[in-house]
Design a protein around this ligand. Structure first.
Ligand code: GDP
Ligand code: ZN
Length: 473
């Protein structure tokens, strides 16, 4: 189990850089045997001073394995808190394999498990749970906003915020419990309202802080998980062609037969530093066969879960769109009026400006709202630039608000769940008139924050987190 892993009597090693051909590969060793392992690989050489790089021939059984840059860090001043050695080898697979196999033959050394270096860092108190989460996000970050946010989380933004909430909760609770004890001694003489009044004011202030944190959760989560953008619309409007064009590679199947895109396909884009997950969907219309109906059901699900729904219409075949766009259908099919952008595609098929104006004004009338309309031509290389620009504008308007520089507060679903539960417990506390019940609700609120910072259920959180880690991290 995981607890046996955190016993650090053994020394672990792993390739910490990516697999494959590279200029340099970093092999990391951590534990009490790390320095001994370096000595074994560099017989007759002086140990380098801690934190100074030195060039060394790595040898195993009379053979030279590589000429490498070696570094050592003495615990506790290291990432894991243990003695750590880094071997910066040449990146070829044979070199890496040679070094790893030599290490595995040394006594009391074993390959690291997924995330085991980080787990040891956590056990040594180098990182809190949310910082481990930030590290995981940083390693997975593919856009600048993801990187910025992950760095701040790793730097302790959440750890500090949650820690402050936790001590305030503890303070209020301690005061409530003291009042209860005092009340017992006075045998019911104490006025409950007088006792609770000031504590309720503190609880209300804390509640406001939690609500503010939840207010930016959408943005933080969209940055971390990506903004979900769905292309919906009737069959043959050109959704798959647009997705292909935007991905600049054949990601979705394009065909002339109506209703052939049965799966929702996903393409990832980087727009203004946001990771955008663009989904192609099967055409929304009344399905004939069951397979297609399944595709349509998924398309509707994708729309419901989307941050931005783009409705694609064939400009050369406009009547297709009118049904779906009618207000009645809009209410039935699109929860919360989920339709943010209309894409008039195939405008290359429109003869002249007059015809174009006619279609646009008809479309405007049919829509009955001032939804943005963009025009595209999926068969021209730059034919979807207007769509990209419109998506980008939407994301920036929505999430690049003045509070952009605020520290992230709630970036994972786990965070949202516990912050919300803590807020609910505070709400319940604020309805109580008995100090005992007030204190009990505060205890429940404290439990939720405890789960956030890993004071409670930490093994569950770490186990699920490290499942996503690579070996060597
Ligand atoms: P979907 O069912 O909405 O995914 O539509 P597809 O992307 O499969 O496209 C249906 C047909 O329309 C294909 O033959 C495409 O080549 C064609 N098509 C898509 N976009 C355009 C466009 O902008 N102009 C023209 N002329 N044809 C297009
Ligand atoms: Zn399609």
């Amino acid at each position: 189990s995981s607890s046996s892993l955190s016993s650090s009597s053994d020394t672990i090693f792993a390739l910490s850089s990516g697999r494959g051909v590279a200029g340099v590969a970093v092999v990391r060793i951590s534990g009490p045997g790390a320095v001994g392992a370096l000595e074994a690989l560099t017989p007759g050489c002086r140990l380098p001073a801690t934190r100074y790089a030195a060039v060394r021939r790595l040898r195993h059984q009379e053979r030279v394995l590589d000429e490498a840059l070696v570094l050592r860090f003495a615990g506790p001043a290291s990432f894991t808190g243990e003695d750590v050695v880094e071997l910066h080898c040449h990146g070829g697979p044979a070199t890496v394999d040679g070094v790893l196999s030599a290490l595995s033959q040394l006594p009391r050394l074993r390959p690291a498990e997924r995330g085991e270096f980080t787990r040891r860092a956590f056990a040594a108190g180098k990182l809190g749970v949310t910082q481990v989460e930030g590290l995981a996000d940083l390693l997975a970050a593919s856009t600048s906003r993801q990187r910025d946010q992950a760095l701040r989380v790793m730097d302790g933004a959440l750890e500090r915020e949650y820690g402050a909430w936790r001590s305030e909760l503890a303070g209020i609770r301690a005061a409530a419990e003291a009042a209860i004890d005092f009340g017992d001694e006075m045998e019911g003489e104490v006025d409950a309202a007088a006792t609770l009044g000031p504590l309720e004011a503190r609880a209300r202030r804390l509640r406001r802080a939690l609500a503010r944190a939840l207010g930016v959760a959408d943005r933080c989560q969209a940055v971390r998980d990506g903004a979900r953008v769905v292309l919906a619309g009737p069959p043959n409007a050109g959704k798959s062609s647009l997705v292909n064009l935007l991905a600049a590679r054949p990601a979705a199947i394009v065909s002339d037969v109506a209703g052939t895109t049965r799966d929702v396909l996903e393409v990832r884009l980087n727009l203004a530093g946001f990771e955008v997950k663009l989904y192609d969907t099967a055409g929304i219309r009344d399905a004939a066969d069951g397979l297609e109906a399944e595709g349509i059901r998924r398309a509707r699900e994708a729309c419901d879960a989307a941050h931005l729904v783009c409705y694609v219409i064939d400009a050369g075949n406009y009547y297709w769109g009118t049904d779906f766009l009618s207000p009645q259908n809009n209410n039935n099919n699109n929860n919360n009026n989920k339709l943010d952008l209309v894409v008039l595609n195939k405008v290359d098929l429109i003869e002249d400006n007059d015809a174009m104006s006619t279609i646009l004004s008809r479309l405007r009338t049919d829509l009955g709202t001032d939804l943005p309309i963009v025009t595209t031509t999926a068969i021209q290389p730059d034919g979807a630039d207007a769509l990209l620009a419109a998506i980008e504008t939407h994301l920036v308007d929505r999430w690049d608000a003045a509070d952009h520089d605020d520290a992230p507060t709630v970036v994972r679903e786990r965070h949202r769940r516990h912050v919300q539960a803590c807020l609910d417990a505070l709400d319940s506390a604020l309805l109580q008139s008995e100090p005992e019940l007030f204190a009990e609700d505060l205890r429940l609120a404290t439990l939720e924050i405890g789960k956030l910072v890993g004071a409670i259920d930490v093994e569950d959180v770490l186990d699920s987190l490290f499942r996503d880690f690579c070996i060597g991290k």
